[in-house]
Design a protein around this ligand. Sequence first.
Ligand SMILES: C[S@@+](CC[C@H](N)C(=O)[O-])C[C@H]1O[C@@H](n2cnc3c(N)ncnc32)[C@H](O)[C@@H]1O
Length: 242
Amino acid sequence: MNQPGICDYTNYNYNDEFWKKTNREYEHLLEVSMVNTLLSKHADKKNTIMDAGCGFGRLYPSYNGIFTNYILVDYAQSLLDEAKQALGQSQNISFIQQSLYDLEMEKKVDAIISIRTLHHLHDVEPLFKRLYNSLSDSGILILDIPNYYHIKNRIKSPFIKRIPKVKQSENFFNYDPDYIIRHLKKCGFSVIDQRCLGLFRSQVIKKLISPKLLVGIETYLNRWIKWLTITPSVVIVVKKCG
Ligand SMILES: C[S@@+](CC[C@H](N)C(=O)[O-])C[C@H]1O[C@@H](n2cnc3c(N)ncnc32)[C@H](O)[C@@H]1O
């Protein structure tokens, strides 16, 4: 395997190293809760959902029970195996090892979520075309945009000229959300909702306040600030428009 240009998680213990060893309960709960709310609110049909770049299936609780069938796609077979072990064998869950650049679905799905994956994908237009072709008419895509121009960076460099894509390291990118939205529109999507995610990504705040309370506050604040692209993660909901 090992295709060039792909961030291969095969030999990385993502769950332990990234989630368990560090204090990220707030981020996890927030993402599960936001995705769950957005899917319940915006998905017209609730038959099949795809988790694109699913990792070890961390976000399964955000769609379990809302849809009937679940398709988990990832490039790393080791993470899919971990997901299989955690979620168990069921007729309603399929695991597909595939790069999202090569994504091909036998049947269209009603919703796709892709969380924390876009920062490993540098070629957005072919990706968005694949996602568009995988969705049924009026299907929705919930996409997490790694936002370079969040409030801390804007304060640090207020007059910086914005560029569409910032390469942080090999196979790791942050984006200008406007650039991503422009490309989504070009590929036939229209934006129907948005959220700011990660207002409290600070070790000090996370040590002082419980994750559940932080999630409650952030969910509440999103009523007013959801269209501001001030957080390190901007989650948008787009719909196929024809
Ligand atoms: C940061 S992890 C996020 C996993 C999961 N979405 C979550 O939030 O827990 C990024 C995931 O994207 C997958 N990935 C990276 N490039 C990919 C590609 N081209 N096609 C499919 N999956 C890819 C990795 O294997 C990894 O599981």
